[in-house]
Design a protein around this ligand. Structure first.
Ligand code: BTN
Length: 321
């Protein structure tokens, strides 16, 4: 009920909502509403309660609205405009729409909850209200469509660096761009593109971070063993600060990549990757390849050497490791 109540308050931010209408829409008594409001105030929510008018949300702890993120943003251009939604099916589709409407490179779409989050290889991505980070960044790089997968590796380096800066937790990268702690998934990255022949017109870089979810909130995830920053550190992460730090880290790595190519990023990626020098099983659309991973190519594809010494170049796959 707490989540739904917060959601209602967020939806009505800037206006009052009566105790009566809250109790009706949530199907609980007015006393229950009052008790929850009291609990929220004790946990740092600023809520105005005025007799006959009801309740108004003034400020939320750990918010990720534009003004929260802008407290921390120190980038040259990324994240200077932010569009926040409390609950959306997926920030990816919205970012595509904003890009089609002419949004500039660096425009960021964030949401407190996704109800139909998209993952790689057609999977779902689950984001819980108020505790996760779901963000999609609009990029307009001058790259060929074949080069854009490298951006997911740039992003993986940026996110692991940002996590380490903000939480001191050390995370590993699993090829191409899963971020794990002790083998459990913490971050997912999804790059989507709108292209013209020979040119990636728009790239939408989607990043989902399990930030403050409790173990219970993560247990839905059957396929991937998931974890969160809170589960790993026992501490609440300031989501706005982490988003701003991801933007900051991504900006300089992205600029380095655009200016100098992939070679410097490759070294940084390899230093944080757990996918090198191991026997891996790659499930590709053309079948399964098992072999020793000897590194990544200059394009970011994974090299797997099988038992016969044949080296396979893997561009897209699900990796078991
Ligand atoms: C994966 O590991 O499969 C990728 C997950 C990507 C999730 C992010 S959350 C923000 C953006 N919106 C989505 O629907 N997906 C990406």
């Amino acid at each position: 009920m707490r989540n739904k109540l917060v959601q209602k308050l967020v939806e009505h931010q800037g206006t009052f909502i009566s105790g009566e209408s809250l109790s009706q829409s949530l199907g609980v008594s007015r006393t229950a509403v009052w008790k929850q409001m009291d609990a929220l105030k004790k946990s740092g929510y600023q809520i105005d309660s005025v007799p006959k008018k009801g309740y108004q949300l003034i400020a939320r702890p750990n918010g990720i609205q534009e003004h929260d993120i802008h407290l921390y943003v120190q980038t040259k251009r990324l994240g200077h405009t932010v569009t926040y939604y409390d609950s959306v099916p997926t920030t990816q589709t919205l970012a595509h729409e904003w890009a089609e409407g002419g949004a500039k490179e660096g425009h960021l779409i964030v949401a407190d909850e996704q109800t139909g989050g998209r993952g790689r290889l057609g999977r779902n991505w689950h984001s819980t209200f108020g505790t996760s980070i779901s963000m999609s960044l609009i990029l307009r790089p001058k790259l060929s469509p074949q080069q854009t997968p490298q951006l997911t590796l740039v992003a993986a380096v940026a996110v692991t660096r940002a996590i380490e800066k903000v939480t001191q937790l050390k995370a590993d990268i699993k090829w191409p761009n899963d971020i794990l702690i002790k083998g459990k998934k913490l971050v997912g990255i999804l790059t989507e593109m709108q292209s013209e022949p020979g040119l990636a017109k728009v790239v939408i870089l989607g990043i989902g971070i399990n930030a403050n979810q409790s173990e219970d909130e993560l247990s839905h995830d059957e396929r991937n063993q998931a974890t969160s920053l809170k589960v790993e550190s026992g501490l609440e992460t300031n989501r706005a600060q982490l988003i701003a730090t991801v933007l900051e880290e991504f900006e300089w790595l992205y600029d380095t990549y655009l200016e100098k190519g992939f070679s410097e990023i490759k070294l940084l990626w390899e230093a944080r990757s757990i996918s090198i020098g191991k026997k891996l099983k790659a499930q590709t659309i053309n079948g399964t390849v098992t072999g020793m991973s000897t590194g990544i190519t200059a394009e970011g594809a994974l090299l797997l050497e099988d038992d016969e010494g044949i080296v396979h170049t893997i561009y897209s796959a699900d990796i078991d490791q």
